[in-house]
Design a protein around this ligand. Structure first.
Ligand code: GAL
Length: 788
């Protein structure tokens, strides 16, 4: 039977690999590190991609007890960026290229039994490597480190080497397996439900490589009911198990048809975002909790039903969570625009194989990306990548992300980065304007992104424009039956190389910032789901943020039926979702009229006069009083002639009802109304005080099998609980007890928001994080750390 030992602790690290690390004397002077590990803790922004490019070294002692002799003993590295050469007792055992898939090193024949052995890894994180994604510029930092876990497996030499579960929605299951040294043995496969009850089982001679069975009454894996099962596979010798493994899977059928994506025969519009796997300070090296949190954010905060792991396979912890919560995953092999030479291409095809072999039991994965993101056509190369994926997985279609139209479609599905939208035109083109094969499926793999970079501290109109651009693409995509869905670029801002970004090594393309704090555009996605009431107003309603003091267009992102607006507690009106986004599940409410019936009530105007005055006031708000277009001037003249309303009076009305210029500030209340009831409300008025608020994914941390990490989002809010987007105070972070801070002890608020991470230290006990800022009550988060 197999035993898995985590091997994440006890490593020593140096930024400069040298052959001295091939002997135990080399261990001296190494810095003790724990995995996941980044070769460099980096600043939030303004640093160089050269900072993490190095040939670094890792080493540790591995004691091999006598009783392991004769067994299968192997190490699996789940992610080492980007070329790892592994040595045992000075002898090279493996050389793995490309940092986004796992690799296994069989040590069985080379260990010294009953003795300490020396494991050494030379890790190259330089972008000069002849391996994907390198060879040209890349729009994301590629970091470095043994940034995922390492495991040691000790098993009988007679073992199950691999299991692939193909389970259809109708309960038909095929288990393809490979075994080693299993002559004369039997393989038994049993389907277990959540409670461990055996639902079906079958056995076959271990040489056959396949077992099929029909499982009765299965619950298919669905987005809103992601039912999971386990396949227990045992290698039996006269009824006794010599090896056993459990594989989690789901029964489901994925398909692209000409008119879109189908899960279990049911059409689903993919509504997703692209995700990088990076984090501030840590690069790629974040442990399981942080990986899972991103999946939860996508599903529960951003209301997505899908994610694209741009531009490489990502942590199994992330995908495991997608399996558990019903988040569909489009995963692709590593690469960015560039196709290299023959060796590079061979490696890329190998990367497809590793991706498919390592990820094919995840029910959430519905599509393999087997084209280098945004690369040109290369038929021979892409015939090979498609062939590799199809040979290892007949159950899933292939695709590949293009930025070119009508390219050669060797995959099953055309995926296109649709950047046509510039703010006031169509959100996307029809399928027929892009794809070279109308009979195959089509979807949008990216939109927006670099078309409109947006910082959380940009002004309101800018943030609103980003949000409405995402809304426009979502709407126009939804309106077209034969577009399978879309993935917005992207989930969160990311550190990028000097060739991209805003000069500070950040691409501000996210609907969230790097700490996963939401920008306004996040609310566009959140409001498309019905799982919780959403009400996000695009404006703080502060007049000084806008030219001429008029707040102008206000959008409310909500999943309610309507929004009620009150001005100083007086009802202005009830506003329905905008007719400009008819295909969205929940279009935003666009508020152009913040005056409503107030002038009828307070000035005694008739409805008709009030509407006519409002037209003039809106004209002033848009064009200023001296630049009014002729039709507005005519309207104003008519009001003067017929109602005796002078220009001065118009300006008074403007200042009273539109801009509040020269009057007291106004308090605005927004209520989201669903089925006649207020399901959510917020009040917007200038804040008098600053309060700190923080949310943390977990106050209970577990040290083991790796270090654990809590992610904390911090924001400054006023007394009404609204984020203060221009609050720039410094936030001080202090930790006590059994936790450590990752990153600096003081961080600025950006857009009123920031964040931090704390990690476990190997000790159990209590810990505290104290968050403070001048003039605000400090917050203390109390953690408890247990050891697994
Ligand atoms: C795409 C690319 C992404 C990112 C994005 C920015 O061309 O695939 O990686 O750079 O543009 O919008």
């Amino acid at each position: 039977m197999r035993t898995i030992y985590p091997l994440n602790d006890g490593w020593g690290f140096t930024e400069q690999y040298s052959p001295a690390l091939l002997t135990t004397a080399g261990l001296e002077g190494l810095t003790p590190v724990r995995l996941p590990h980044t070769v460099k803790i980096l600043p939030y922004n303004h640093f160089s991609q050269m900072d993490y490019q190095m040939l670094s070294g890792y080493a540790r002692v591995l004691h091999a007890p006598e009783d392991w002799q004769g067994k299968y003993v192997a190490l699996t590295f789940f992610g080492a960026a980007h070329r790892a050469t592994v040595y045992l007792n000075g002898q090279q055992m493996a050389d793995h290229n490309t940092g986004y898939t796992a690799f296994t090193v069989d040590l069985s024949d080379k260990l010294r039994w009953g003795q300490d052995n020396l494991l050494t890894v030379a890790l190259d994180s330089r972008d000069s490597l002849d391996t994907p994604p390198f060879g040209k510029v890349v729009d994301y930092m590629t970091f470095g480190g043994i940034y995922r876990e390492v495991e040691l497996e000790v098993a009988d030499q007679r073992r199950i080497a691999d299991v692939f579960v193909q389970a259809d929605m109708d309960g038909a299951l095929t288990c393809e397996f490979s075994v080693q040294h299993a002559g004369g043995l039997t393989l038994e496969a049993a389907v277990l439900d959540e409670d461990g009850t055996v639902l079906a089982q079958a056995a076959a001679p271990a040489q056959t490589g396949t077992i099929s069975m029909q499982v009765p009454h299965v619950r298919p894996w669905r987005v809103d009911d992601p039912a999971l099962y386990r396949l227990r596979v045992r290698l039996l010798e006269r009824g006794a198990a010599v090896d056993e493994t459990l594989v989690r899977f789901g029964f489901r059928r994925v398909e692209f048809r000409a008119d879109g994506f189908y899960l279990n025969g049911e059409k689903i519009k993919l509504r997703g975002l692209d995700r990088h796997q990076s984090y501030p300070y840590l690069g790629y090296a974040a442990p399981a909790r942080a990986q899972k949190r991103d999946a939860d954010i996508l599903k529960y905060e951003l209301g997505c039903n899908a994610v694209r792991t741009s531009h490489y396979p990502q942590s199994h912890h992330f995908i495991d969570r997608c399996d558990e919560i019903g988040l569909l995953v489009f995963t692709e092999f590593p690469g960015w625009q560039h196709i290299g030479g023959a060796a590079w291409k061979r490696q890329a095809v190998e990367n497809v194989r590793e991706m498919v072999l390592q990820y094919r039991n995840h029910p959430s994965i519905f599509l393999w990306g087997v084209r280098i993101n945004e690369s040109p056509d290369d038929d021979a190369f892409y015939a090979a990548t498609n062939q590799a994926a199809h040979a290892l997985d007949p159950t899933r279609p292939t695709s590949g992300v293009r930025c070119i139209k009508y390219s050669h479609l060797l995959e099953d599905v055309y995926a296109y980065n649709e950047f046509i939208h510039t703010g006031d035109n169509q959100g996307c083109e029809p399928k027929r304007a892009v794809t070279s094969d109308m009979s195959k499926g089509y979807f949008i793999s990216e939109h927006n992104g670099h078309m409109y970079p947006t910082k959380p501290f940009d002004d309101e109109p800018h943030r609103l424009s980003q949000a409405l651009r995402h809304a426009r693409v979502l709407n126009d995509m939804m309106a077209q039956e034969d577009i399978g869905g879309s993935f917005g670029w992207c989930m969160f801002d990311y550190n990028t190389t000097r060739d991209f970004g805003s000069g500070d090594r950040i691409c501000y393309h996210g609907v969230m910032d790097m700490f996963r704090n939401p920008k306004l555009a996040a609310a566009v996605y959140a409001s498309q789901s019905d799982s919780r009431p959403v009400l996000t107003v695009s404006s703080t309603m502060d007049i000084g943020e806008h030219p001429g003091g008029a707040v102008g267009e206000i959008a409310v992102f909500t999943n309610a039926d309507a929004v009620r607006l009150y001005r100083n507690d007086e009802l202005v009106g009830t506003f329905p979702p905008s007719a400009q986004y008819p295909a969205m599940l929940h279009p935003p409410v666009l508020l152009e009229d913040t005056v409503g019936q107030l002038m009828e009530r307070h000035e005694g105007f008739s409805r008709e006069v009030s509407e006519s005055v409002k037209t003039v006031l809106r004209g002033i708000s848009k064009h200023g009083q001296w630049g009014l277009p002729q039709e507005i001037l005519d309207q104003e003249a008519r009001l003067q002639r017929e109602q005796g309303i002078s220009h001065d009076e118009i300006i008074r009305l403007y200042n009273t009802y539109m801009a509040s210029w020269g009057g007291h500030s106004v308090s605005w209340r927004f209520e989201a109304v669903r089925d006649g009831a207020v399901v959510r409300a917020c009040t917007l008025a200038p804040a008098e005080t600053v309060h700190l608020e923080a949310d943390c994914d977990s106050l209970a941390l577990t040290d083991g099998p790796t270090w654990d990490m809590a992610s904390i989002r911090i924001r400054a809010v006023g007394e009404q609980g609204n984020v203060l987007p221009y609050c720039t105070r410094a936030v001080c972070l202090e930790v006590q007890g059994a936790i450590e801070l990752i990153g600096p002890k003081a961080v600025p608020l950006c857009g009123g928001m920031t964040g931090c991470y704390v990690r476990t230290t190997g000790q159990s006990g209590d810990g505290a994080l104290i968050i403070s800022a001048d003039g605000a009550e400090p917050l203390t988060l109390c953690f408890s750390v247990t050891k697994a």
